[in-house]
Design a protein around this ligand. Sequence first.
Ligand code: 1CP
Length: 349
Amino acid sequence: MTTSPSARLAESDFLRACRGEPTSRTPVWFMRQAGRHLPEYLKVREGVAMLDSCFTTDLVVEITMQPVRRYGVDAAIFFSDIVVPLKAIGVDLDIVPGTGPVIADPIRRRGQLDQLRRLEPDDVESIAAAARALVGELGGTPLIGFAGAPFTLASYLVEGGPSRDHRITKQLMYSQTGLWNDLLERLSHLAADFLRVQVEAGASAVQLFDSWAGALSPSDYETYVAPHSRRVLESVADLGVPRIHFGVGTGELLDQMGDVGADVVGVDWRVPLDRAIEKVGPHRSVQGNLDPTLLFAPADVLHTKAAAAIERGRGARGHVFNLGHGVLPQTDPDAVKGLVDFVHGYERV
Ligand code: 1CP
């Protein structure tokens, strides 16, 4: 019996696990599965600036497909960056090799908020075109669209670049709470608009990256961040696709990150998955959570840990296997391939 790509897509193990339905095997994909650890990525990126590549339809399609072809992962993640929608509305920023996003004029005053306007479809037409082309190429493999959550975007905008302690961001949050809320509200609309563009172009799940939310106490998360992340996730609820919500070091926040409107909660490697499942509760799936540095360990160590994660994940409504954060640039692609094959071949006990 032949089935159409859209039927195969709806019944894919990845989407089934996100919805909490039984799967034939544990689905697996990796955050940062595209990118610098792949020689074919480095080749196509030669001489092309990171942000230029994100707005070039053919490159987005090619780079998104690379890990799917090489690894046979159960989902593709759209090749882009969390700062792309900011660039698309005209914020003066760049992604500097070896550093990350750098903002020309960090946002710390009310007068600077007006530049954070709503995203119009025309701003990201080359990106939507890439998503449409990808859905055709991917067939039964789901495409995950993503955006940066308001807090994590705000951290880059306020600090001016990557930060270890988010000091200036939190200073603004505590001392100018009205400005903070207006900033995060604008960023929540931007994130929601960007997710909508990707889903309307064919993405069948979304992930909201609040990578740096783990820098917050549960009470500060609730007061200063949760209402804004909730606005993002609630405003894409009508699209009917699973919403994944992930942050690093968020062991104490997992329940709150689920409660703002996630169907799947991403878990980093610091929390055993069974403990994470208890915190997340029975109504949401989980994603994770191997330490990315295990890809540098001997295969027997890597596989023992992967098996433990799969077994712990059985207590969840659904489990999508992933790392606890992104693939590191020095990772050997053969180790990644070995892990995908191990997860796919694992017979649950
Ligand atoms: O020239 C290059 O190759 C630059 C490296 C690079 C790449 C490949 C950056 C700069 N971004 C990306 C792509 C990217 N960014 C993807 C798609 C690739 C994939 O997942 O397969 C995704 C999902 C992101 C999302 C992203 N960007 C996040 C959230 C995920 C996470 O890792 O927590 C964050 C925080 C960023 C900011 C960013 N962009 C780039 C870097 C080096 C950073 C982090 C800087 C920092 O430490 O603060």
